[in-house]
Design a protein around this ligand. Sequence first.
Ligand code: AMP
Ligand code: ZN
Ligand code: FE
Ligand code: FE
Length: 281
Amino acid sequence: MIDLHTHTNRSDGTDSPRELINKAISLGMSVIGVTDHDTTSGWAEATESLRGTLGLALGSEISCLTEDGISVHMLGLLFDGGHTEMQIMLEETRDGRLPRMRKMIEKMRQTGIDIAMEDVYEALPEGATLGRPHLADALVNKGIIKSRDEAFQGMLNNDSQFYVSHAAPTPEVAIGIIRSAGGVAVIAHPFASLRGKILQTSDFKSLVDAGLNGIEVDHRDQNPDERAMLREIALDLDLVITGASDYHGSGKLNSLGEYGTSPDQWERLEAQSNSRRVVRA
Ligand code: AMP
Ligand code: ZN
Ligand code: FE
Ligand code: FE
């Protein structure tokens, strides 16, 4: 099993990088991608935890915003973690998440919801990229809601009155930096329409021109029709087709390895990075 998209407690997952690697080993997986939101801070612990035959594809899921304000998640895999421009891009996005969280909390307080920044900090693992799931956890801890899922179906949804976006690169800029850092770029769950506004089929051309390598087709947030459309776009544009769990530990229902990438598609994708960067024990 090859699962190229997972999260740890360095962003909004709940397993430590070590716990995640241990689970991948005990499932007998062949390759796991560790792709925390806008950070590479879990790379070292994931690498140290490797044993046996598991291959580790280090990466990050980069939050992007199109010029029309559509939220896009770009998976960067197999890039050089020491690339300066990449680390600056990731850091700028993480920095922008703080004022954004303050604004969301302020909007909630204005309607009488008893939540404060301190509550969010209490729910935030050390060194983790701050996100809406941590605000959801804070709301759960205060007894205001029952679960992250409930939060994303209501108060924390993209269409909610409390939603605020944060500064982020365009998908084209993110792809350019991933590629110049030697990695490969795969657009994550592009047709996951429950999350908010999505790209049009015609938008993919400009991503390909920027250097896009693949499309995440098999993902639980995309229905069979959406997957069929994406598969067709990938064939049309000669892009690699991937599938992945987007595992978040107990933070989401997604189970590790529930979707995967075929060995031939993975081989094609890996060959498009500028050097052999899969980590092995
Ligand atoms: P943010 O990056 O702060 O805008 O938060 C978005 C993140 O919330 C996404 O990356 C998802 O991983 C997570 N998320 C979205 N929907 C849900 C859900 N229903 N339950 C838990 N986490 C979710
Ligand atoms: Zn997430
Ligand atoms: Fe995502
Ligand atoms: Fe994800």
